[in-house]
Design a protein around this ligand. Structure first.
Ligand code: 5GP
Ligand code: MG
Ligand code: MG
Length: 179
């Protein structure tokens, strides 16, 4: 895969250090509370797994899948629930775990949807923020890194379903995207 990578933006070590910090902060903030982490599949799967290991609380986890990007790199603006939660979030302290906020359309939909289910609170933890293309006014509570307006892959984020297994965040060479 190495030959397809143009530039590494965030190294494995930088990711792990930041996730440790976030985990400690979340542990502080949710002490004594009934926390549920909600992973937005599939992009947030690596982040969710590492983050959860760094939160020292008896939390629960659930998973949700929504569509907003197909195999292309452009947002469709259409959000659809492909896989819903298995459990009720009524009365719970919900923390949505996302890979990246780009236009913000996916999360603004998800936020309203989850809020309507009667949780005690809903907060957002995003690994990456790409602020330049924001369309929806989204306020997150925890963030890993800000990235420039480039299509990034790795550590859960895909291009055409591939490159999720890279342990760092990077940009691919132009010829890979245009294939
Ligand atoms: P949004 O609705 O905020 O535009 O983004 C929705 C989803 O699109 C993100 O959760 C992520 O899965 C995907 N996405 C947005 N920007 C990127 C990117 O730079 N790289 C990859 N691989 N996915 C992205
Ligand atoms: Mg996502
Ligand atoms: Mg994707």
């Amino acid at each position: 895969m190495e030959q397809n990578i143009k530039q590494v933006l965030i190294t494995e070590e930088e990711l792990q250090n930041k996730i440790k910090e976030l985990g400690e902060q979340i542990t502080e903030d949710y002490k004594g509370k009934d926390l549920i982490l909600i992973c937005v599949l599939k992009g947030a799967v690596m982040f969710m797994a590492d983050l959860a290991k760094n939160i020292d609380l008896p939390l629960t986890m659930d998973f949700m899948a929504v569509s907003s990007y197909g195999s292309s790199t452009e947002s469709s603006g259409v959000v659809k629930i492909i896989k819903d939660l298995d459990t009720s979030i009524e009365g719970k302290e919900v923390l949505i775990v996302e890979d990246i906020i780009d236009t913000g359309l996916t999360l603004s939909y998800l936020l309203e949807n989850l809020k309507s289910r009667g949780p005690k609170s809903v907060k957002i933890c995003t690994l990456l923020d790409k602020p330049e293309r924001r369309k929806a006014d989204i306020k997150y509570d925890y963030k890993g890194f800000t990235v420039p307006d480039e299509f990034v892959v790795g550590y859960g984020l895909d291009f055409d379903e591939k490159y999720r297994n890279l342990p760092y965040i990077c940009v691919l060479k132009e010829e890979v995207y245009s294939k």
